[in-house]
Design a protein around this ligand. Structure first.
Ligand SMILES: Cc1cc2nc3c(=O)[nH]c(=O)nc-3n(C[C@H](O)[C@H](O)[C@H](O)COP(=O)(O)OP(=O)(O)OC[C@H]3O[C@@H](n4cnc5c(N)ncnc54)[C@H](O)[C@@H]3O)c2cc1C
Length: 433
C-alpha cells in the first residue's frame, strides 16, 4: 500500500526537504507538496524587485522543475489534524507530515493607504508600482530586512529615505559592529535615521513618531518582525506564547513521532533565517528516511551562522564570529549565495551542479581568505598601534633619559663642588692651626 508524506509550505525548509525526499524515497511512498504558489522564491533577494521587477525571473523556480516525482497542490491548507490535512474541500490523510508554512510579516493595527509589507514577489511588485509616484519613503524597522531595503532604495532611486527604529541602533540582533557599519554607510548616502521611536500615525503625506517628530512620507514599508503561520493548526498542537510550534531536537512536533516542523514556524531560539530554515529541511528529510528505515534520528544543532546583509549591489556587510566587515567581497558573496541556491533548484540534475560544487568550494576558499585577510588587517592595525605606542614610549623614554642624564650631571657637578668646598675648608682650618 502507498504511504503519503505531506509537506505544507514550499519555502526554504519545504523546498530543501522536498528535493531530498523526491530523490530518495522508497517506491511505496508518495510525496505531496502543498503551497499557495507553484514556485520556490529566493526571499533574501526580494528587495531587489522594488527597483528592478524583471529580477523576478532570477529568483523564482517552479516546483515542477526539481520535484519530478512529487504531487504539487497549489491550494492553501486550511486545517491540520493529527492524521490528515484539509486544503479546499478535500481532506488528505498522511503517514508523515512536515509543517513549514513560515511566518507572516507583522502588520499595522490601524488602516493606512500606501503602507506595505514585503514578504513575497507580489508584495514587491505593489511597492514598486507605488514607488513610481512617491517622493518620500519611510521604512519602519531597522532589522536586516529594513536595512537591506534602505540600502537598495538609496542606491537606486532619488527618493528621500527615512528609517525609524524602536531600539537605539540598526541590526540590533546582530554584532554591534554590523550595526555601526550599516549606520555609517546609510547616513553617508543620505538616509535619515530615527532611533528609540515608533510610528504612531501615518496620514497622506507625513508620519508621526512616538517622540512627536513629523516625517514627510508618501509611502511606508513596514518591516517590524514576523508572526508564525500556525492559525490553521488544530488546538491540540502545542505552541509557545509567540505562536511558534514546540519541537524536539530531532525537529519532531512535541508528542508526535510522524509530524515534523521546521523554519520560521518553530520555537528554536536562533535567528529566523533562510540558512537555518534550509538546514531544518535537510535534517527533517534525513530523519524521515531514517524513520522509514527504523534507524536512530539525528538532532538539529543550532549555531550562530555567517550572515551577509546587502546594502545595494556593490556593498554588503558580512557578520561572523563576532566580527563584521563590509565592502565588495561580501557583496560578491551575497550574489554568489543567491546564484548557488537558485541554480540548485533550477538545474537539479545537470552539469551545472559540478560547477556549483566548484563555485561553492571557491566561495568557501574566498570566505577563508576574507577571514584571514580581515584578521591580518586587525593584527597589522594592532602591531601598527603597538609600534606607534612603542615609538611614543621610546620618545618619552629617550626624553626622560636625557632629562635623567642632565640631572645626573647636575648632581655630579654639585657633589664635586661640595667636595672642593669641604677640601678648601679643611685646608684653611689646618693653615689657621
Ligand atoms: C524581505 C525578506 C528578506 C530576507 N532576507 C534574508 C536574508 O538576507 N538572509 C536570510 O538568511 N534570511 C532572510 N530572510 C528570512 C528568510 O526568508 C526566512 O527565514 C525563510 O524564508 C524561512 O523559511 P521557511 O521555510 O520557514 O518559510 P518560507 O520560506 O516563508 O516558506 C513558507 C511557505 O509556506 C507557504 N504557506 C504559508 N501558508 C500556507 C498555507 N496555509 N498553505 C500552504 N502553504 C502555505 C508560503 O507560500 C511559503 O512558500 C528574509 C525574509 C524576508 C521577508
Amino acid at each position: 500500500m502507498v504511504k503519503n508524506i505531506i509537506i505544507v509550505g514550499g519555502g526554504f525548509t519545504g523546498a530543501q526537504c522536498a528535493k531530498i525526499l523526491n530523490d530518495n524515497l522508497p517506491e511505496n511512498y508518495q510525496l505531496y507538496l502543498f503551497d499557495i504558489k507553484n514556485y520556490f522564491q529566493y526571499t533574501p533577494s526580494i528587495h531587489k524587485l522594488l527597483t528592478h521587477p524583471h529580477y523576478e525571473k532570477k529568483i523564482k523556480v517552479p516546483y515542477s522543475k526539481f520535484l519530478k516525482k512529487t504531487k504539487i497542490i497549489t491550494e492553501p491548507v486550511s486545517k491540520i489534524n493529527k492524521d490528515n490535512i484539509k486544503a479546499g474541500k478535500t481532506t488528505h490523510p498522511f503517514d508523515y507530515l512536515i509543517i513549514c508554512s513560515g511566518a507572516s510579516n507583522k502588520t499595522i493595527s490601524w488602516k493606512a493607504k500606501n503602507c506595505f509589507i514585503l514578504k513575497n514577489i507580489d508584495d514587491a511588485k505593489k511597492v514598486h508600482d507605488s514607488l513610481q509616484v512617491a517622493r518620500c519613503v519611510t521604512i519602519v524597522g531597522g532589522g536586516y530586512v529594513g536595512t537591506e531595503i534602505a540600502g537598495e532604495l538609496i542606491n537606486k532611486t532619488d527618493k528621500h529615505i527615512s528609517l525609524v527604529e524602536k531600539s537605539d541602533r540598526l541590526l540590533s540582533r546582530q554584532y554591534v559592529d554590523a550595526g555601526t557599519l550599516a549606520h555609517n554607510y546609510l547616513t553617508k548616502k543620505g538616509v535619515k535615521l530615527y532611533f528609540n521611536q515608533e510610528i504612531k500615525k501615518f496620514q497622506s503625506s507625513f508620519a508621526l513618531t512616538s517622540q512627536r517628530e513629523k516625517i514627510m512620507t508618501d509611502l511606508m514599508i513596514w518591516c517590524v518582525g514576523i508572526t508564525p503561520n500556525t492559525s490553521f493548526l488544530n488546538k491540540y498542537f502545542k505552541k509557545n506564547s509567540y505562536g511558534q510550534l514546540i519541537t524536539t531536537p530531532s525537529l519532531n512536533l512535541q508528542g508526535y513521532k510522524n509530524i515534523f516542523a521546521g523554519g520560521d514556524i518553530t520555537d528554536i531560539i536562533e535567528e529566523k533565517s533562510a540558512q537555518n530554515a534550509e538546514y531544518h529541511g535537510e535534517i527533517i528529510a534525513k530523519n524521515i528516511l531514517k524513520s522509514i528505515n527504523k534507524k536512530k534520528l539525528v538532532n538539529y544543532e543550532s549555531k550562530k551562522r555567517t550572515m551577509v546583509i546587502s546594502l545595494g549591489d556593490y556593498n554588503s556587510i558580512l557578520v561572523m564570529n563576532n566580527t563584521a566587515f563590509d565592502g565588495l567581497i561580501p557583496a560578491f558573496m551575497k550574489k554568489m549565495i543567491e546564484k548557488i541556491i537558485v541554480w540548485k533548484y533550477k538545474y537539479p540534475k545537470s552539469k551545472i551542479l559540478i560547477i556549483q560544487d566548484g563555485v561553492e568550494s571557491s566561495l568557501l576558499w574566498l570566505k577563508q581568505k576574507a577571514i584571514s585577510y580581515h584578521s591580518k588587517v586587525i593584527n597589522l592595525r594592532k602591531i601598527y598601534k603597538g609600534k606607534e605606542s612603542s615609538k611614543q614610549y621610546d620618545n618619552i623614554r629617550s626624553r626622560s633619559s636625557k632629562k635623567n642624564s642632565r640631572s645626573e650631571r647636575r648632581r655630579n657637578n654639585n657633589s664635586k663642588r661640595k667636595r672642593v668646598r669641604s677640601k678648601s675648608k679643611k685646608s684653611s682650618k689646618r693653615k689657621r692651626s
